[in-house]
Design a protein around this ligand. Sequence first.
Ligand SMILES: Cc1cc2nc3c(=O)[nH]c(=O)nc-3n(C[C@H](O)[C@H](O)[C@H](O)COP(=O)(O)O)c2cc1C
Length: 312
Amino acid sequence: MSLLLSSGVAGICDGQGVADIDQEAVDACWTAEDLAFHCHTRERMIDLFCDQSQQKLIEKQQFPAKHQRIILGSAALPKPSRINHNLSFFQVVRERKTIRVYQEQPINAGLLSDFLWHSMHIREEILCDPALSRAYSGLLRPVASAGALHSIELYLCINRCIGLQPGFYHYDSFNHSLGKLSDLSEVCVQMLEQAAASTCRAPQAASVSSGQGQLPDVLVVMAARYGRNASLHQQTGLSYALILKDVGSIYQQLYLVATALGLAPCGLSFGDSELFEQASGLSDRLECSVGEFMIGNPPSTHAFDPSTAVLA
Ligand SMILES: Cc1cc2nc3c(=O)[nH]c(=O)nc-3n(C[C@H](O)[C@H](O)[C@H](O)COP(=O)(O)O)c2cc1C
């Protein structure tokens, strides 16, 4: 027992059953799950290059960089336009904000195409760590990704968009097209409704709105191919942490691109993996939803008009 106590593995409990070694974490309100995740992913520095003999052989073919989905049909997206070229990056950064209301007229396929192109299209496929035995294929996109793995795919629940049928789609970031997976099913409507419901209480709002939030024109669902990330990070145990970091990077990219295009962007905290599983027809273990983002056409009172933007 004294060995366990002196090595910090065991502690002495107080009247509430809290061990002294856990006191700080309890006082700081850590949940056991979050603390375990934090410790697991932050407490050791792993050098992937130091001991390659310990690494599991990566089955590269199993998790290719480019992700092909079985689809019902493909919907072409308009060629990305070169409008808004005079827009200052710093103006976009200054104007970026969350907008949760939409006008009656929805967004159109041209804007959606630009939004996806400038956020997630594949610029290039590259060979990463070419000199090492673990060489693997990576991707370059407008958005950054740890290890160029890009294990996150975008799925779109299109509620309304001029020029595209409502439905559930996968974004083919290599061909810049949409692969249709289904019509706008009951499950899709539930996803849209859940998204809208989670916007009822904007932190900046003076009072809590009791009404339902507005349905977005498009709900973007980010889904992670865990195996693709684990094919590089199984040893480090960092896969899920890096997936979440990649999601953060994508959130900001979507916010900035949407702002530059004059769209209404809103990141979301809540999502239902089970609904995504039903809509996509994919097992949660193969691709799991890890982030949600709404876009729509903002009312003119909220809109940032990129064509009239001037640098102050
Ligand atoms: C990861 C993330 C999750 C968010 N979740 C929600 C949400 O569930 N509902 C919502 O209405 N807004 C959500 N937002 C938007 C934030 O509430 C918003 O960014 C914050 O209030 C600051 O406002 P601003 O974006 O206009 O600067 C989220 C933003 C991020 C980045």
